[in-house]
Write a protein that binds this ligand. Sequence first.
Ligand SMILES: [Zn+2]
Length: 282
Amino acid sequence: MRVIPRLWLVMAIILVVLAGGFADARVLRRGMRGTDVLALQNILVELGYDLSLDGVFGSETEGLVREIQGALGLQVDGLVGTKTLEKLQDLQESIVTHTVKQGDNLTKLAHQYDTTVKDITIYNGLANPDRILPGQILYIPMRSVAALSALPRRRVAMQWPLQGRISSGYGYRIHPVLKTRHFHGGIDLVAPEGTKVLAAASGRVISVGKRGNYGLAVVLEHAGGITTWYGHNSKVLVQVGDYVKQGQAIALVGRSGLVTGPHLDFRIKIGDQTVDPLEWLP
Ligand SMILES: [Zn+2]
């Protein structure tokens, strides 16, 4: 009497596994959507790529697949069948993520994860290996991946959020309203009220709302513990949890917060620390 229900359970599990196996077996290509596409995008994000997790196999996903296929010596067709998926999963298993803590340096991390400084530097596309910041996410290759250096760089490629004159740069300045010396964590871009503010990179909306002197703001999260900040808007066009593509309009320029006129205050943070956006923008 006890054996029978257990047998059914085993059969049900086998059926579920088989069904899952068949579902996974479809060759993913541009234009497809679904949970298997989302699973593929999740692998790519875990590998450190900046991608919208929208479950849609679009040009962004295809472009990345092609680049990786090229680096791994696979046929470059932008299709994800068993072969490409296995290679990607293999790669995923050999990469762990590490959030940088105060006092971390690459020598210490290389020792901790039994890898080399060179592998971490190459894999993360680090311009300066001596400069890693708390909160920054590093992708640590646990064993030497042959095609490591050929893989597309992980550093988030930014675009300008709008075209406008820089009225105030990054660093110490005399505040235009308060007339006191303080550190300016972003760049101010002057543009007429209502100008579209574009996402500097693909990412997820993690905050929308009023932030005191910074006004009505949007914050996007990207791969690698990087966030971009857009302040002083008149209107926000996205919601928390949305995935936005690079170049997508996320807000309209305004004069909310402590300002003398309409402009965008654009910031880039790695972890909790601001960096000079001009070092990141093309
Ligand atoms: Zn500003």
